[in-house]
Design a protein around this ligand. Sequence first.
Ligand code: HEM
Length: 504
Amino acid sequence: MIEGLITFPSGQTKWPRKLENLLRQQGLQGNSYRLAVGDIKDLITVTKAEQPRSIKLSDDLPPHILPYFHQTRSKYGENSFIWFGPTPRLIITDPQLMKEILTKPEIFHKPLPDPIGETVAGGLLFLEDEKWANHRKIINPAFHMEKLKNMVSAIRLSCSNMIDKWEDLISSSSDEESGEIDVWSYLGDLSGDMISRTAFGSSHEEGRRIFELQREQVKLVLELIQFTFIPGWRYVPTKANKRMKAISKEIQSLLRGIINQREKAMERGETIGDDLLSTLMESNLKEIEEHGNKNVGMSIEDVIEECKLFYFAGSETTSILLVWTMVMLSKHQEWQVRAREEVLQVFGKNEPTFDGLNRLKIVTMIIHEVLRLYTPAPIIARAPIKTVKLGNITTLPVGVGLVLLIGLLHHDPEIWGEDVNEFKPERFSEGISKATKNQFSYIPFSAGPRICIGQQFAMIEAKMALAMILQRFSFELSSSYLHAPFPILTLRPQYGATLLLRKH
Ligand code: HEM
């Protein structure tokens, strides 16, 4: 999803009509190519018509959240394609094909980031080949369990601050026991606060400012992306363009300041803490020393990009997971009760610990089921860098994009059964491999070598937040709640999530 919207495919050397013939000869179907725009106009019309709608909680999600892809597939069948301007993109929903694509990152690259998209996210997410492998190796230690364990107290503090705010709001309500709160905005701030504290430790105040700026930048990018078809638009000195430039500058300067401070402390031989940034910088230094060559490590610019990415890839996804979990537990009170009983059995009213979080079986099942039904990143994109075979497609040339619809895969009744739209955490009672019958059919964090680096980190954040919320409140949907999930980069609740919270 992330790059699906903010990237353009590259390396297309064949004319669209030639590509179209090649695909049709191999049994693939889609609309005929329309000059320059392809299917984009239709896609925008269908999306704009569907987006504002709210749906029932029991409704089938794909026709609503991925309407144009869903319609194309219904019209042309499993092997279909869509024209993104002059580029055909195959719709991939088959687990075997997904496996083939995701386990060969050396052949199936990410489409190149759009220059506008680059202002909010670069780094690991878009690197390829040796540079990607080198950065991933350097960043990996920051996400090792031992390091994550040390971040638990920072995560707990962020959660506790949010919960205190909810308690204050409720205390000022008429009955002092319950109150309606739009939890979505608080969960957004929570994930930003968790990343600020865990990534930057003592510099988390500057981190929070970076988060706010990044959030504003994403909003501006989403507005600007509508004009990408006007050549050179981003260079026109509009108010929005000027603001984006100023934000980029401020983020760069804040991050440079934090990184310089750490570098100086490292030179003085001081311990620089256990946060993500420190671990990354220590790992970088080790890599440089091992090879005796500065060029093998990351430059300051590289480190800045990776820090920006922590916010982009790691904050909204986590708040999306939390908000849909709270909505599902509001609707399915029996699971809320079971989850709370488990949390109270493991922690009582005490602060949750890292070891205790690992013992939460019911809570983990619930999170897995929410990630299936409300996959935070329902689309990812790839493109082959050379002509290859893919499943039954004997010739997949450069210039054809691939959209991997994880959101559809997770809603396929042939894989998940006729009750696919139902919230049934018991599917995961014996783990993921049993739930999927060992198929490649559950990939909320993607899969293969480029699987989400923050997967464990996100699970710890989500479990901690849920455990602490369940300890202090029970909750249900407000009568004003509108169910309107829609992928705007990630699968957001468009009209927020107003819940009725009751103190325990
Ligand atoms: C519920 C939470 C999350 C979900 C569902 C999620 C999902 C994903 C997915 C689907 C990808 C693959 C994107 C692609 O290949 O195109 C990805 C990659 C990535 N994620 Fe996450 N993510 C989550 C949380 C996080 C967190 C907390 C962080 C970091 C703090 C993070 C950092 C990254 C990075 C750096 C990559 C790129 C990895 C690479 O290409 O080597 N994510 N994530």
